[in-house]
Design a protein around this ligand. Structure first.
Ligand SMILES: [Fe+2]
Length: 381
C-alpha cells in the first residue's frame, strides 16, 4: 500500500509548506524484522501531556480447567453505551481472547489502542466506519476488521444496534501460509484474493492542538494517555502493516464430492489458533455422500463456533449469536437426526465463524452468565 504524500526516499527530509519537517514514524508489530509501514505526521506522535490512573481489563476467570461441551447465548450479552465497556471477554488463553460486544454509542470521545493484541472484529450486526491514522474503512454486516496491535482507532456506528464477535490475538493475525506464494501473494487456490481485501481510504490530516486522550491497553490494563495533537494528522504512508477488512460474504467455499475437512474454511491464522469461515455452499456431490460432518476427536484443539446466520446442518437448535465450545479431549459430532437429514440435501445456507485454539480455553464469569445449561447431554437422542 502507498497512499497520500510520502517522500521519494525513506528517512529523508520531507517538509511541510511552512518549512517544518513532517514527523516520520515507523510502525511494525514484530520489531524491525517483519512487515512495517512508514507514516508521516504533521506533529510528532510522542507529545504526552499527562497520564490517567490505569484500570484493569483483565478477564475474570471462572473456570480455569474443564472437560465438557459448552454452549452460550451470545446475544444475551447486554448492550452498553461505551465501546470498551461493551466488550465482554468470554473465552481466553495465552494466545487469544474471545469477546462479545454490543456497543450502543460510537467511539468518538477518545481514541483506543490495543498494544497487547491484534484485533479481529467480526461485525455480526451493525455498520459504520473505522477511523485510523491510515485512513477510514467503511464496514457492515459480515466484515472481519483486522486491526494490527498498536493501531490507534475510533469507530462510528450508523445505529445503536451493533453485535460484534472480537478475537484479540497476542501474535499477528496473518493470511494462511498455505494460501500464500513464497513472495506473499494469495495463490490461485486460495478462497479469497487481494481484490476482496478493503484497505483504508486516507482522509485529510487533522491538524489540531489540544488534549487528546488515547486509551491504551497494555498487559490487560487500560492506560489513559493525553497527547498534545490529534493522532489522525497523517499526510501519507506506505508499507505492509495496516488495518484492513474482508467480508465473510466474499469467502469462496472449497467443496468436493465428499465432506471437506475444516482446514478448507481457514480464513486467518495466528500463533496457536486459526479462524475459519463457514459460508453458504453447495453440498458434496458423490451419490452416496453424507454432507453432515463425521464425529471427530480433535485431541489438540478447542473448537469455538460462533453461529451467524442460516440453518446449521449439524445442530438441533441454533440461535443467532450462539457459541459452542467443543474442547480437546472428547469427541464431538452431529446431533441425533442431523446425519440422515443431511443426505440428499443440495446446499447449506449456514454462516458461522470458527476459532480453533491449539491450547485449552478458560471460561470467564461473563461466559457462565450466558451459558445454555445441559448442552453437554444434547447428543442423547
Ligand atoms: Fe468440529
Amino acid at each position: 500500500m502507498r497512499t497520500g504524500s510520502v517522500p521519494a526516499k525513506r528517512h529523508t527530509q520531507f517538509r511541510q509548506s511552512n518549512g517544518k519537517l513532517y514527523s516520520e514514524q515507523l510502525f511494525s508489530t514484530e520489531g524491525f524484522s517483519s512487515d512495517y509501514s512508514l507514516l508521516y505526521h504533521i506533529h510528532p506522535p510522542t507529545e504526552i501531556l499527562g497520564t490517567d490512573i490505569p484500570i484493569s481489563l483483565l478477564p475474570r476467570i471462572a473456570e480455569e480447567k474443564m472437560l465438557s461441551h459448552r454452549s452460550f447465548e451470545g446475544f444475551n450479552i447486554l448492550p452498553a453505551k461505551d465501546y470498551l465497556n461493551s466488550r465482554k471477554p468470554i473465552l481466553v488463553n495465552t494466545d487469544c481472547q474471545i469477546s462479545l460486544a454490543s456497543p450502543v454509542q460510537s467511539l468518538r470521545d477518545y481514541f483506543y489502542k490495543n498494544a497487547d493484541a491484534d484485533e479481529l472484529v467480526f461485525v455480526h450486526e451493525g455498520s459504520g466506519k473505522l477511523i485510523t491514522p491510515y485512513g477510514s474503512i467503511v464496514f457492515g454486516y459480515g466484515d472481519y476488521l483486522v486491526i494490527p496491535r498498536g493501531t490507534t482507532y475510533q469507530i462510528v456506528f450508523d445505529t445503536e444496534n451493533n453485535r460484534l464477535f472480537i478475537v484479540e490475538s497476542f501474535s499477528p493475525i496473518r493470511y494462511p501460509k498455505k494460501y500464500l506464494s513464497k513472495n506473499g501473494q494469495l495463490l490461485e487456490n486460495a478462497p479469497y484474493c487481494e481484490r476482496d481485501i478493503r484497505t483504508p481510504i486516507i482522509q485529510d490530516p487533522i491538524d489540531l492542538s489540544g488534549d487528546f486522550l488515547i486509551r491504551i491497553k497494555k498487559q490487560g490494563m487500560l492506560y489513559g494517555m493525553h497527547y498534545a495533537h490529534h493522532p489522525f494528522d497523517v499526510v501519507g504512508w506506505d508499507g505492509c502493516c495496516y488495518p484492513f477488512t474482508f467480508s465473510i460474504h466474499n469467502f469462496e467455499p472449497i467443496t468436493g464430492r465428499l465432506h471437506q475437512p475444516p482446514p478448507v474454511h481457514v480464513t486467518f491464522e495466528a500463533h496457536n489458533f486459526v479462524v475459519c469461515s463457514f459460508v453458504p455452499r453447495l453440498f458434496d456431490y458423490h451419490p452416496l455422500s453424507i454432507p453432515a460432518p463425521y464425529n471427530h476427536s480433535n485431541i489438540d484443539s478447542d473448537e469455538v463456533l460462533y453461529y451467524v446466520d442460516g440453518d446449521f446442518m449439524s445442530r438441533k437448535t441454533v440461535m443467532r449469536g450462539m457459541i459452542t465450545l467443543h474442547p480437546a479431549g472428547i469427541p464431538h459430532g452431529p446431533h441425533p437426526g442431523t446425519v440422515e437429514k443431511s443426505i440428499g440435501a443440495k446446499e447449506t445456507k449456514e454462516l458461522a465463524v470458527m476459532v480453533d485454539t491449539f491450547h485449552p480455553l478458560q471460561l470467564t464469569t461473563e461466559a457462565l452468565e450466558i451459558e445454555n445449561p445441559g448442552y453437554s447431554r444434547s447428543w442423547i437422542g
